[in-house]
Design a protein around this ligand. Structure first.
Ligand code: SAM
Ligand code: SF4
Length: 384
């Protein structure tokens, strides 16, 4: 286990702060048996702080064809052997358990890069057959999307997020270490043509690389009806190069955009969404151009409203992106296949979520983050 400490310069924990319990923030909660867990069985993915996870993030692979510097090292990572990945049938079974028994209401497929998984279309088609009204979205880097967008739509994908941090070829190459910007642009266009709307574009800003492109990217998205979401850079890079001082904060992002646009907080309820949305207008104009989202996971965390449960490509539950505790469901899945086994898998998943930490430890008043420890896994190996 990596013990590198990332100093975030935050105050120490305030005993008795609202919502706190004694003990460390991660994985140390008492684990009552199913019978004593509030509302169990059939209570869904509830945690000890009363949050209920209804948004499932499932990673289909740890592999990727880009090498974004905030996520992967230049040389890539040692990929998991195929036998260690959840199979299509296991994915369908886990999603079925989540939706039919545990209250999952929406599914996002991610990775690594989910488009590199050869059976992606079949997986989506099987999920859609079993869950006709489940919102199923996909987060992709867009490489190769142009040739697959229509098949994904036909299989039943609801919509997608495409990650694109800049419209400049040189900055794209610097950020992703691959010259594939034109492929990503063609992928977005194809997804739009295939009706995979609303298209959301995810962007991470790195100081000295693309922060000057933020307003331009927003203008480009607004013109096309895409919703841009800036994600604060999180300490989830494999190189462990993230620093608190180096990252571009949500406040800075708002400032960068304010030079070109007027941002007004979106009056619609946030409703557990990670992004804080703003209405966007040109200064002095009443015309609403669209919205922009800012996901301030580091500086304005939203852990109290978190509704996410994550499963890695090798079938491990992570109750939080920053969790250093993982609970293996694959071993149980492979131990048998009867309905009784489903009970065991569901219960282990519930136990994993019950122990979800109150907060990730960065930027929370009342929780000290001087002890925040970066997880071993990079974002690509968790599933963002
Ligand atoms: N490969 C796909 C992609 O890039 O969209 C899906 C997986 S990727 C891990 C999911 C999202 O996480 C992307 O939007 C990416 O920009 C974001 N991401 C990766 N590393 C990050 C980091 N250290 N901080 C913030 N966001 C990050
Ligand atoms: Fe790959 Fe997505 Fe990570 Fe970039 S952010 S390296 S595209 S997994």
């Amino acid at each position: 286990m990596n013990t590198e400490r990332v100093s975030l310069g935050m105050p120490a924990a305030a005993p008795g702060a609202p919502g706190t319990v004694g003990g460390p923030a991660d994985g140390a909660a008492p684990r009552p048996g199913a019978a004593s867990r509030p509302g169990a069985p059939g209570s869904g993915l509830v945690d000890q702080f009363g949050r209920v996870a209804t948004d499932m993030r499932l990673s289909l692979t740890d592999k990727c064809n880009l090498r974004c510097s905030y996520c992967m090292p230049a040389e890539g990572l040692a990929w998991l052997a195929k036998a260690k990945l959840l199979t299509a049938a296991e994915i369908v079974r886990l999603v079925g358990l989540g939706v039919d028994r545990l209250g999952v209401r929406e599914l996002r497929l991610t990775g690594g890069e989910p488009l590199v998984r050869a059976d992606l279309v079949e997986i989506i088609a099987a999920l859609r057959r079993n869950h006709p009204s489940l919102p199923i979205s996909l987060t992709t880097n867009g490489v190769g999307l142009a040739g697959k967008a229509q098949a994904l739509a036909d299989a039943g994908l609801s919509r997608l997020n495409v990650s694109m941090d800049t419209l400049h070829h040189d900055a794209f190459l610097q950020l992703t270490r691959r010259p594939f910007l034109d492929q990503v642009l063609a992928g977005i266009e194809a997804a739009d043509a295939a009706g995979l709307r609303p298209i959301k574009v995810n962007a991470v800003l790195l100081r000295g690389v693309n922060e000057g492109h933020a307003a331009e990217l927003l203008g480009w998205c607004l013109e096309r009806g895409y919703e841009l979401r800036f994600i604060e850079q999180m300490p989830l890079d494999a190189d462990h190069g993230w620093t608190r001082d180096g990252m571009i904060t949500a406040a800075e992002i708002r400032e960068l955009l304010a030079a070109s646009f007027e941002l007004v907080p979106d009056p619609r309820a946030r409703d557990g969404a990670p992004a804080e949305r703003f209405e966007v207008r040109r200064h002095g104009s009443p015309t609403l151009l669209g919205t922009v989202g800012i996901i301030a996971s580091v500086t304005e965390p939203f852990c109290a409203d978190c509704r996410r449960t994550r499963i890695t490509a090798e079938g491990k539950v992570m109750s939080c992106l920053f969790s250093r505790t993982e609970v293996d469901l694959l071993a149980l899945l492979r131990a048998g296949s009867s309905p009784a086994d489903d009970d065991a898998v569901a219960e282990r998943w519930q136990d994993a979520m019950w122990a979800k930490p109150r907060a990730h430890g960065m930027g929370h008043p009342g929780l000290g983050d001087a002890d925040f420890v970066q997880p071993d896994r990079s974002m690509s190996a968790i599933g963002g």
